[in-house]
Design a protein around this ligand. Sequence first.
Ligand SMILES: [Fe+2]
Ligand SMILES: [Fe+2]
Length: 373
Amino acid sequence: MDAKVISLLANKPDTLNGRLEVLHECLRQSLPQITQSSCLLYDEKTDSLKKFLSSHHFASHGMDESLYLKSNQALFTLCQQEEGKLVSFATDDPIWQHFQQDPQSLAASIIPIKQAQRFIGFVCFEIEHLPQHLSDAEKITLSLYAQFISMMINEELSLVNTLLATVRAARDFTDFRDFETGLHLDRMACYARIIATDLAKKHRLSDEFIEHVHIFARLHDIGKIGISDTILNKPGRLDDAERSIMKTHVEKGIVMLEQVLNDYNLVDMRDTDMMRNIVACHHEYIDGSGYPKGLKGKQIPLEARIATVADIFDALTCQRPYKKPWPLDDALAELEKMQQANKLDAECVAAVRRNKAEFEKVMKALSDDKKPL
Ligand SMILES: [Fe+2]
Ligand SMILES: [Fe+2]
């Protein structure tokens, strides 16, 4: 690896996107014709590809939302190819529309990212001339950078996966599964991503922020592992005493998260603040009437305000031991009622209304009568 790249990385940009920007600048020193470096992440549960990182800040939030891997033969073939093989294509190729971010680019080279043989996404480089003008040496340089970006992403994702696997393993020791099934967590994470994507332009949220909301939202209720089965699986509404015990899941979750981060030496991992915020604040309400701290308005971090709306929407629309699932419109009306009572973030609730169709798709694709994909 180039000494310059190593020294730039030694400055430790504190986000993955920051590190991609550094790498992109280094790449442009040898290949100035590369206009953009980016990365799409694959979500196995919904079969969709989402933009995760980009060397250009806040680019293209309008990317085709319905980019599904298995229904796109060309992309599906690409993801099955061997790791390390760079494929280039020009503007007349139908794949092009999925990768172009920079209007100046005339071609792109992409490479699949794999983690232990599992496809996890694509790295894409945009080029300002046609791909046939790339020399063999230039192709090798691009491949090397693609490998380096893959390693960087793999490293971060494996830390997150370790954390999720630990939580899952702990959950399997309890009867937690009944109450918070994997599907609740998957749906809720997808809803959180839809809301975050909708708010991205206004709040200048990066694609990395959006994907982290999606990944970390699943952790929101980890503290419920510490709540007894009789309360957790009670087939009726909780009484006051039971409800106050249930509320302790937030503090329990914070303690548990810190313990896992410590055990796995992840305390310094980037973005752990977002995990902490979601676990600690997903029951706070805008008017200060939530728990455990009674935080108000903007004191509640945006990622937690998003997770709260996503979580309540799923609680309303799914079946619980004591209630039938609500239809989408009724659930939306309830969210709006809660927003008018100053409990929920107005922008997050408006985002649900604007994206009703997307919410409906997730409800159908991940409904509880379906087995996990
Ligand atoms: Fe909770
Ligand atoms: Fe939940």
